[in-house]
Design a protein around this ligand. Structure first.
Ligand SMILES: [Cu+2]
Length: 411
């Protein structure tokens, strides 16, 4: 029974729940860049039109239900056809839909525009993380910026895509396995990323900060753990980020725990992961030559790729942006930083004091337990030795200590 009291409770509940979302990071109603703004400017008037039509239709139904309710009256006279009414009911929706279609088509076209691109970044979806690579343009620039090193190589990272503010960025997206969908609600709509195809998505942000998103196409077991974040930095900070990403490899000082970590990394991780500079630069693909340290993810991982760990501690999330590399406190410092200070905070990366060691350790101890991935070693014989995701590696706690020390220097 709908009593007035229950009605009030339901309405109050709805209002309360909707206010929970007031500082939600994935809020489409809070556009933070020109592309999302275009969508926003469209969704408000359409929402209003749809709302008014909805109210009229519901009121009309309510009126009919009350007026013609069964009071035992005689059956009314049956008639058929009323041409003027039928034409009217075709004309009204046609006018409304046309009025909505004109600006909608305009926005769809504007969002598909690729002529004004100032920065190109490739994004590849796979089970269950996003890889980004920043290609080097013919003129030597990356994302429209001139790297400080000569002959820069492309930057490859995962989870978080870093973009300069006020810049028209174009993501060129595809997938290595199944269909994924890329969505940063505060920056643009969704775009499916499909194997064998390249789809484009514009991104632009006015204000420095972190914009969170979520894969929005069911893509298998860990779909819910496939997140992504766009980091917008002021152009000067973006330049710093870029130059830092391109810094040459520095080996850990001899005799340190990190140096032991490098050896462990080479033995346990390098077959799938790449750390730029540690990898043999002759580009050999002969895995039988074990004097070379090369990454061969295609032999061990279904999709043929594992995240590039060169600057792991430069980003602050891992495993599909699902887990934080920062402790709660340090994370809040970055997320809640004033836009004018955000760049400095983000570029600090993960320091020893800020490292969320608990979760990174759990990951290294048993990654499939932390993120369901079908990376069960018992299944390896059925999958030709290839895993989907990172397998359980049976590392000792000592090895994990070494690896953490080594990874902490990767930024
Ligand atoms: Cu996905």
């Amino acid at each position: 029974m709908i009593t007035p009291r229950r009605l009030i409770a339901a309405v109050a509940g709805a209002i309360l729940l909707s206010s929970c979302a007031s500082d939600a990071p994935q809020d489409t109603w809070k556009p933070a860049g020109e592309n999302a703004q275009m969508i926003h400017d469209l969704q408000w008037p359409i929402f209003m039109v749809a709302g008014i039509v909805g109210v009229i239709v519901l009121a009309f139904i309510a009126w009919i239900v009350v007026k013609f309710r069964d009071r035992g009256q005689a059956m009314p006279e049956q008639t058929h056809g009323k041409a003027w009414l039928e034409y009217l009911f075709i004309a009204i929706p046609a006018v409304i839909l046309t009025t909505i279609a004109i600006p909608t088509v305009g926005v769809v076209m504007a969002l598909a525009d690729t002529d004004d691109t100032e920065c190109i970044i490739n994004v590849t979806g796979q089970q269950w993380w996003w890889e980004y690579d920043y290609p080097v343009a013919a003129d030597g620039t990356i994302c429209g910026f001139t790297p400080s090193v000569a002959e820069a190589s492309p930057i490859i990272t995962s989870g978080q895509v870093v973009i300069p503010t006020g810049t028209k960025v174009l993501l060129r997206g595809t997938s290595r396995d199944v269909i994924h969908s890329y969505w940063i609600p505060r920056l643009n709509g969704k775009r499916d990323m499909v194997p064998g195809r390249v789809h484009y998505l514009r991104l632009q942000s006015d204000t420095p900060g972190i914009y969170a998103g979520q894969c929005t196409e069911f893509c298998g077991l860990s779909h819910a753990n496939m997140r992504m974040e766009t980091i917008a930095l002021e152009p000067a900070d973006f330049q710093r980020w870029l130059d830092n990403e391109l810094e040459p490899y520095t080996a850990p000082a001899e005799g340190t725990l990190a140096a032991e970590g490098e050896a462990t990394y080479i033995a346990q991780c390098a077959r799938c992961h790449q750390v730029n500079g540690l990898v043999d630069d002759r580009g050999t693909d002969d895995p039988s030559d074990d004097s070379l340290v090369v990454s061969y993810p295609d032999q061990f991982v279904y999709s043929g790729a594992a995240p590039n760990l060169t600057n792991l501690m430069g980003r602050n999330t891992f495993a599909g942006a699902t887990y934080d590399l920062l402790t709660d406190e340090c994370r809040a410092d970055v997320w809640e930083a004033d836009p004018s200070e955000f760049g400095d905070r983000y570029l600090e990366g993960v320091t020893e004091d800020c490292l969320n060691e608990i979760e990174l350790r759990e990951w290294l101890r048993n990654s499939p337990a932390k993120k369901p991935m079908y990376a069960d070693p018992e299944m390896l014989s059925e999958t030709d030795g290839k895993t989907r995701g990172m397998p359980y590696l049976a590392l000792s706690e000592d090895q994990i200590d070494q690896l953490i020390a080594y990874l902490l220097e990767r930024k």
